[in-house]
Design a protein around this ligand. Structure first.
Ligand code: NAD
Length: 481
């Protein structure tokens, strides 16, 4: 039997097994095989991590902006050195193609931590206000304390970084709970961080959401929660946080529309609405997947043809192969869910192409969780495949005639995370920017985010942004002069 690599939690600068000594299996979604074991952290591990973060907080928050920035730049340098290893490991763990994971976890994370390093001063900067001849008002920006960061499996290291880099820049300490489906890359990053950050500044506890996750968000030692994941879990965390009145940031699910008008650059629109969005990379398992493609009726037949041609070029298979453009679904459970939607979709809409799943899609890796790019056509927005987040490579085209109709369909959703608008009409662009119920709008481009911009949703897609100032709270003072 092959000896499995066993990873450790990072608590107070030490790499530790779960207090119970128990592990969870890490499964490679391209093979269905267990390749490593991660700690099954529970209450005792979370208590230790929160205690370590609280102990580290006074010294970390007392550092000058410059001193904290120096630490964050050291973390940034880790990704230059280890980005390739971390990207590959993450690909084995979550199935996202290596072509995306290596640049993302290499130069992408170096850039993100460098940006966070450049914002430490902003996080320490308040205002002074002259209130009158003998009154001076001022505000102080202060870190909250210990931040709980609950992250999903689809982009573990970048989700950890988007939260922790900015929380640390503001002077907080952090406890991270990675998703049980993909914790390995984050735990490996923990091994590297142990040598770079002071003990307790960043702690990582792997374990189940209902054990380690639930204990962490209920912990009285936590001062703010930032969570990315499903709307259902977001709601559960908000309820849990009510008892301690702990403020939260939630980045949740989506059912994002790409709205393609007849005057658009149709090739760019077809690509933007599919390969940069719902079909490739992470097999549609991205929060901003443009899973609804709204197409103006005169170009409907042409767009269906273009999208089919693009889908035919998708190379589904081993995500470690640089030639692969789409990987597997994360887990057996998520695979079953997506297959369920393929069956529902076939009943409530017209199948345009795709629909095959399992070993017949990638015979060379029969144990993997494969679903091929699938497109449905629906005359209206009411079917479940138009309303519910599938989180797989499944999109639905919905035709429309007028601008008003497109807006109504786009906004007829419980979600409001992202939207794409494809048109050359400037007035229309501004109208849609104003009227779309969406936290992020892309125009003639899709899924290009920059950490410099706020990223977050509205409605069931959550609220708040993982930005440096949201990890600070303001205190105001009036001084008699
Ligand atoms: P999930 O909500 O099940 O899990 C997310 C995290 O929450 C995991 O770490 C999990 O262990 C933890 N968790 C689960 N129950 C918990 C509880 N009761 N208390 C505390 N923590 C708990 O989400 P998932 O299914 O793993 O991820 C997919 C979802 O994430 C999709 O809905 C997707 O849209 C969303 N997502 C959103 C964004 C975004 O930025 N908006 C990005 C990526 C993924």
């Amino acid at each position: 039997m092959v000896e499995l690599v066993e990873y450790r939690n990072l608590i107070g600068g030490e790499l530790r097994q779960a207090a119970s000594g128990q592990f969870l299996d890490a499964v490679n979604p391209a093979t269905g095989e267990v390749f490593a074991r991660v700690p099954a952290g529970e209450g005792a591990d979370v208590d230790a991590a929160v205690a370590a973060a609280r102990t580290a907080f006074p010294a970390w928050s007392a550092l000058t902006a410059d001193q904290r920035a120096a630490y964050l730049r050291k973390v940034a340098a880790l990704f230059t050195e280890y980005g390739d290893e971390l990207g590959r490991l993450e690909t084995v763990d979550n199935g996202r193609i290596v072509r995306e994971n290596v640049p993302r976890n290499g130069p992408g994370m170096t850039a993100m931590w460098t940006l966070a390093a450049s914002q430490t001063l902003e996080a320490a900067t308040g205002q002074t206000v002259v209130l009158g001849p003998n009154r001076l008002g001022l505000t102080r920006r202060e870190p909250y304390g210990v931040i709980a960061a609950i992250i999903p499996w689809n982009a573990p290291i970048s989700m950890l970084s988007a939260k922790a880099a900015f929380a640390l820049a503001a002077g907080n300490t952090v406890v991270v709970k990675p998703a049980e489906q993909a914790s390995v890359s984050v735990l490996r990053l923990g091994e590297l961080l142990a040598d770079v950050l002071p003990p307790g500044v960043l702690n990582i506890v792997s374990g189940l959401g209902r054990d380690a996750g639930e204990h962490l968000v209920r912990h009285p030692g936590i001062s703010k929660i930032t969570m990315t994941g499903s709307s259902e879990t977001g709601r559960a965390i908000q309820r849990a946080a009510a008892d301690t009145l702990t403020p939260s940031i939630f980045e949740l699910g989506g059912k994002s529309p790409n709205i393609i008008f007849a005057d658009a650059d149709l090739e760019a629109a077809a690509n933007g609405a599919t390969v940069t969005s719902v079909f490739t990379g992470n097999a549609g398992q991205v929060c901003v997947a443009g899973s609804r493609i709204l197409v103006q009726r005169p170009i409907l037949a042409e767009m269906l043809g273009r999208i089919r041609a693009i889908a035919e070029k998708v190379v589904l298979g081993d995500p470690l192969d640089p030639a692969t453009t789409m990987g597997p679904i994360i887990s057996r459970a998520q695979y079953d869910r997506v297959v369920g939607y393929l069956e529902t979709g076939a009943k409530e809409a017209e199948l345009v192409f795709g629909g095959r799943h399992g070993a017949e899609v990638v015979p060379s890796l029969p144990g993997g969780y494969w679903v091929e790019p699938t497109l449905f056509l629906s005359e209206d927005n009411s079917p479940r495949i138009c309303q519910e987040e599938i989180f797989g490579p499944v999109a639905v085209v919905i035709p429309f005639d007028t601008d008003d109709e497109a807006l109504a369909i786009a906004n007829d959703s419980r979600y409001g995370l992202a939207a794409g608008v494809w048109t050359r009409d400037l007035a229309r662009v501004h109208r849609f920017l104003r009227d779309l119920d969406s936290g992020n709008v892309w125009v003639n481009i899709y899924r290009q985010t920059g950490q410099e911009l706020p990223f977050g949703g509205i409605k069931d897609s959550g609220y708040g942004h993982d930005r440096v100032l949201e990890f600070t709270r303001e205190k105001s003072a009036v001084i008699a002069t």
